[in-house]
Design a protein around this ligand. Structure first.
Ligand code: NAI
Length: 478
């Protein structure tokens, strides 16, 4: 028996939650339910987070949270519960199965059945942004080894549990050799632990184009946060059945399961909403907690029901549909169909009745880290890089010399092109002369001299070797 926390949410939430729970219990799910109140009422009672402290306690104790859609009131500083749940509970993986249900739901891609696994905590979404000069702002892209290992291991464990045959990784590591390069490298490392599952890497642009054009060639796809955000929406949309999809957010301790759609206020309380999205979320939950045979039974009964043509109003269409039903009757039909398998739609077979195994990240032995140079970023409104180089010569020391200046990553000194457009944001790399070393103190001294010379330094990045390997990128053109 697994104790779970549920929240019925707002709008159609209560109706679709009741229908979902009824199906789960009828199928024999071994769950004990604890209900909490989240969303509109809690917000309007003056709690800006939309959730009371004792409700957090329920979620962190039970660790499994099935959530119906909620309304976040507009204005007034209300915080999105989805965002805070993800952040506070460390839910690092967002999982979105995107499956076509043709001919019962219209789609251009009738044979599509992919799962997008998106890293959810880091990348450009760390939200660390700064304006550095009049003309240039920056967003830090942070990719960590623990972040990569957790999400990539999750993708392979998910594939293993769900009998999936291939995991594809999307990155742009031909350009971002450090950040996306790390993601790709960790993917290659972890893939070797799963010899029965195929693995492949795609550069994200062509990979995304292939998802849109021939999604049937993919199975599970894992990717960093930004690419995952965009591609999971595209993939869900082209199945044609985004309104019927569920998703999950997985952490080391806790996990949250939900429908993708919102509260549908236009149809709330009328017993016409389709409970399928939340049911899909609940099926993902059963798989996650190791009740896969029950998940399988429900999924096949649901597919059989769609195939029978017993449809709620949102997907009802003359020709393929036979009977238009409301929320309650749809649930009743799925329950009657428990034990049946679809004939036209592919049935599912979840053979692995154990919960997904996710070992905690173990910190590695530290690498040997050597300081070998520094990039000093300068705000300067001149246009001729040779002039800037002259100024910077005055802050060199015997041991530390200016090596290169770049503007937006492109080399402009020495031997730049006069055609290169330059902003007011210059990266000036200082390296020790041959046979000398650089220390943190040398960097402080360069900065002090820059200050005396009225050179406006805006930030520095230390250049390191890790176990002798270069830990920074070279400039384009270097
Ligand atoms: P929505 O998904 O609620 O509705 C869009 C359209 O799809 C409406 O016509 C609706 O009737 C229909 N629809 C949605 N779910 C359906 C279902 N299960 N069965 C039949 N028809 C369904 O999106 P909308 O209108 O943009 O948002 C409404 C509210 O939902 C907003 O307050 C929004 O903040 C909230 N929302 C909450 C989410 C969550 O809690 N995870 C996610 C998205 C929106």
């Amino acid at each position: 028996m697994t104790k779970i926390t549920i929240a019925k949410g707002n709008g159609i939430g209560p109706e679709i939650m009741d229908a979902t729970i009824e199906i789960l219990l009828s199928a024999g799910a071994k769950i004990e339910i604890e209900e909490i109140e989240v969303g509109e009422k809690v917000y309007l009672a003056g709690n800006a987070a939309g959730i009371a402290p004792e409700s957090w306690k329920s979620i962190t104790t039970n660790k499994i949270f099935l959530k119906a859609p909620i309304t976040t009131p507009q204005g007034g500083g209300y915080k999105s519960l989805n965002v805070s749940t993800r952040k506070f509970l460390g839910l690092y993986a967002n999982v979105r199965p995107c499956r076509s249900l043709a001919p019962f739901v219209d789609t251009k891609h009738p044979v599509m059945d992919i799962v997008i696994i998106r890293e959810n905590e880091e990348d450009l979404y760390a939200g660390i942004e700064h304006q550095q000069t009049d003309e240039v702002v920056q967003c830090l892209k942070l990719i960590s080894r623990p972040g990569c290992e957790k999400i990539i291991r999750y993708a392979f464990e998910y594939a293993k549990q769900q009998n999936r045959k291939k995991v594809s990784c999307f990155t742009k590591d031909n350009i971002m050799k450090q950040t996306d390069g790390l993601f790709h490298k960790v993917f290659d490392e972890i893939a070797t632990e799963y010899p029965d599952i195929k693995n492949e890497h795609w550069i994200v642009d062509i990979g995304a184009a292939k998802v849109a054009e021939s999604p049937e060639i993919f199975d599970v796809i894992v990717m960093p946060n930004l690419y995952g955000d965009i591609i999971s929406d595209i993939a869900a949309e082209i199945t044609g059945s985004v309104g019927l999809a569920g998703s999950s957010n997985i952490g080391e301790e806790c996990a949250m399961f939900e429908a993708i759609h919102g509260t549908a206020p236009d149809i709330a309380g009328k017993d016409i909403a389709n409970p399928s999205g939340l049911l899909q979320g609940a099926i993902m939950m059963l798989n996650h907690i190791g009740q896969s045979s029950i998940a399988e039974k429900i999924q096949n009964a649901w597919l059989f029901t769609l195939e029978q043509g017993i449809h709620t109003a949102d997907i009802y269409k003359e020709g393929t549909s036979k009977l238009k039903v409301g929320t309650k009757d749809f649930a009743k039909t799925v329950i009657e169909n428990l034990g049946k398998k679809p004939a036209i739609l592919n049935s599912v077979s979840y053979t692995n009745d154990s919960a997904i195994n996710l070992p905690k990240y173990q910190r590695k032995t530290p690498l040997k880290k050597e300081l070998v140079g520094v990039d000093i970023f300068v705000h300067w409104t001149g246009t001729d890089p040779n002039e800037l180089a002259e100024k910077l010569k005055s802050i060199e020391s015997e041991e530390t010399k200016l090596q290169i200046i770049t503007n937006r990553g492109i080399k402009v000194w020495p031997d730049g092109f006069k055609e290169t457009f330059c902003t007011d944001h210059w990266r000036c790399r200082f390296m020790p002369t041959e046979n000398s070393l650089i220390t943190k103190n040398d960097i402080i001294e360069i900065l002090s001299r820059a200050d005396l010379e009225n050179i406006d330094t805006i930030k520095t990045e230390n250049l390191y070797l890790f176990d002798g390997k270069t830990g920074f990128s070279l400039a384009q053109g270097q």
